[in-house]
Design a protein. Structure first.
Length: 571
């Protein structure tokens, strides 16, 4: 039953979005996922809160669209090439994680009194994690290309495959096929297979031509309209054979995610996406019973923490059993130990189909919110805590790495030490090679160490902030040290250790901007190179040359700006 379109209805929407905006601002400062702001808003103004919205069904129309867009975005993020590249992690570790977690979570759910079919469905949903939160936090912390980051992404890719299966299973579990015989069920499966094949063919041959024709007209509105039509058409096709609309939206995202228009489409539909997703998560928040939350908040908080620890332990143990080191397995388990957005989607579908009682849905949603709130802290501090614990309690773990990870003791002198060997560090090293300048690189990413060592680079594994490792790298007798990454906290620790070992050695430090320039200089950096200022100088010098300013004058201006430590630019 769709809500009556009245001024009061629009005022409710305005109030919900306005409060969500304020909460997102606060949550952003606290580094809490923005989607939780929408959920909190829904809980506050829902039927069990202030009662501004008497019935969560009032948002049903936009909530369904929002749910479809959520699955569409998850489909956009799904990458088949990446799935193939990480197939060992995806299929071995991913399948083991989902299977064991599903069986483990089925026990309390079945004990709670849910039917077996609904139990398995929700337990599988609880085994999935938040692709959006994990990928964003790993990227923000620079951990995407670390080994535990690759494990996390690989498992998330397999979970996306499971999500498709659950979307197909929901209508069947909901009893929509109870009266069907085996032949009609077989016919449905055949229709599903044919529809998936049709989607694959369309993604390969039809969609690229359509999007190419649309983009020829250079109209953003036309491209957005085409994307919306594709999403809704796919949703209608899956609904026509008795499957969920959300499955069609997910498959539409997968098809468009493999096209060259993916980034443009994602940018163009972002305003619609954020608004509809916000309203969807507000409707999810309205499922939370605040009376239940107020009465059992301790139980919910403890359950959320236990959920995180239990799921993280299972993932870490499975990863370790499949040959990963504890340094990779434990942070990976922490990173993907939360519940995910898909559980919200699954809960909405299950509640709508009367598979899950409202009190069970409210409790599980509350536990999931707790787990998602704590996730950024686990990703941010997990690797350091794990490394410190291993060094503290397991001395033999220091020899657990292969030969590439071991920094041999040698009498090095008059060499350059490059701390961090990502794109910047490798670019610097390319200038040293033709000039015969000897250098040594330290890197904490085991995958990058293995790749660069195979290419013949003098690179070794090591924590660049540890005194013994820097000493083994020959910092005391080196000519120069380059800190090639822009993480201020790590740079500060490294500078303190370097100045203890060698007070006179020149140290070049990279930073993103000039906000910590004075602090790094005070800690002993010889030169601090802010990326934003160097980019400004490059742009300014090219602009002046195009404006026919003599090259000598341009060079003098740039050198003057650098010699004054970018004082002009900082003003």
């Amino acid at each position: 039953m769709h809500p009556e379109v009245t001024p009061g209805y629009f005022l409710e929407i305005l109030l919900l979005l306005g409060v969500s905006t304020l909460l997102i601002t606060v949550f952003h400062r606290l580094r809490i996922a923005p989607l939780l702001a929408f959920i909190v808003t829904g809980a506050l103004f829902g039927p069990t809160g202030l009662g501004v919205v008497k019935d969560a069904a009032e948002l049903s129309a936009v909530a369904v669209l929002g749910l479809s867009f959520l699955l569409f975005l998850l489909g956009l993020e799904f990458s088949l090439p990446r799935l193939i590249a990480l197939r060992h992690t995806v299929f071995k570790l991913g399948s083991a994680q989902v299977m064991i977690c599903t069986l483990a979570f089925s026990v309390p759910l079945y004990w709670w009194g849910l039917p077996l079919s609904a139990t398995l469905l929700l337990a599988a949903g609880m085994s999935l994690s938040s692709t959006a939160i994990v990928s964003r936090e790993l990227s923000r912390m620079g951990q995407l290309h670390s080994r535990h980051g690759e494990i996390a992404i690989g498992v998330l890719l397999f979970q996306d495959l499971i999500a498709v299966s659950l979307l197909i299973a929901v209508p069947i579990v909901a009893g929509q096929r109870e009266s069907a015989d085996s032949m009609s069920l077989l016919l449905t499966l055949l229709q599903t297979a044919l529809l998936l094949a049709a989607f694959f063919v369309a993604a390969q041959y039809l969609l690229p031509r359509i999007l190419r024709e649309v983009s020829y007209h250079k109209s953003d509105e036309l491209l957005v309209l085409a994307a919306l039509v594709i999403v809704l058409l796919c949703a209608a096709l899956t609904a026509s054979i008795g499957l969920s609309m959300e499955l069609g939206a997910f498959l539409a995202g997968v098809m468009l995610g493999e096209s060259r228009f993916r980034h443009q489409l994602e940018a163009d539909i972002r305003p619609f996406r954020d608004l509809l997703l916000g309203l969807f998560f507000i409707s999810i928040g309205m499922l939370i019973d605040l009376e239940l939350l107020g009465e059992y908040w301790v139980r919910i908080l403890v359950s959320g923490i236990v959920f995180l620890l239990f799921k993280a332990s299972i993932i870490a143990l499975v990863a370790r059993a499949l040959g990963e080191t504890w340094r990779a397995a434990l942070p990976a388990g922490m990173a993907i130990s939360q519940g995910g957005e898909f559980l919200f989607a699954l809960m909405a579908l299950a509640t709508r189909a009367s598979l899950v009682p409202p009190d069970v849905a409210a409790f599980l949603i509350s536990v999931t919110i707790v787990s998602m709130t704590l996730t950024p802290l686990l990703i941010r501090h997990g690797p350091r805590l794990v490394d410190a614990a291993i060094m503290r309690f397991d001395k033999s773990a220091q020899t657990e790495r292969n030969d590439l990870h071991t920094l041999p003791e040698q009498n090095r002198q008059d060499h350059v030490v490059i701390l961090g060997f990502g794109r910047v560090g490798q670019s610097v090293a390319r200038f040293f090679k033709p000039l015969g300048i000897e250098y040594l690189a330290l890197e904490s990413d085991t995958v990058r160490v293995a790749e660069c060592a195979a290419a013949g680079e003098p690179i070794f594994y090591g924590n660049t902030a540890r005194r013994d490792i820097l000493k083994a790298a020959g910092v005391e007798k080196a000519r120069l040290i380059i800190i090639s990454f822009d993480h201020f906290a790590d740079s500060r620790k490294i500078l303190e250790v370097i100045r203890e070992l060698n007070p006179d050695i020149p140290v070049l430090t990279r930073t993103r901007d000039d906000s910590q320039l004075d602090q790094l200089m005070a800690l002993g950096a010889t030169e601090v190179i802010p990326e934003t200022h160097e980019a400004s100088l490059t742009l300014a010098s090219h602009a002046l040359l195009i404006l026919n300013i003599p090259a000598e004058e341009v060079e003098d201006l740039v050198n003057s700006a650098r010699s004054n430590r970018y004082r002009m630019l900082r003003k």
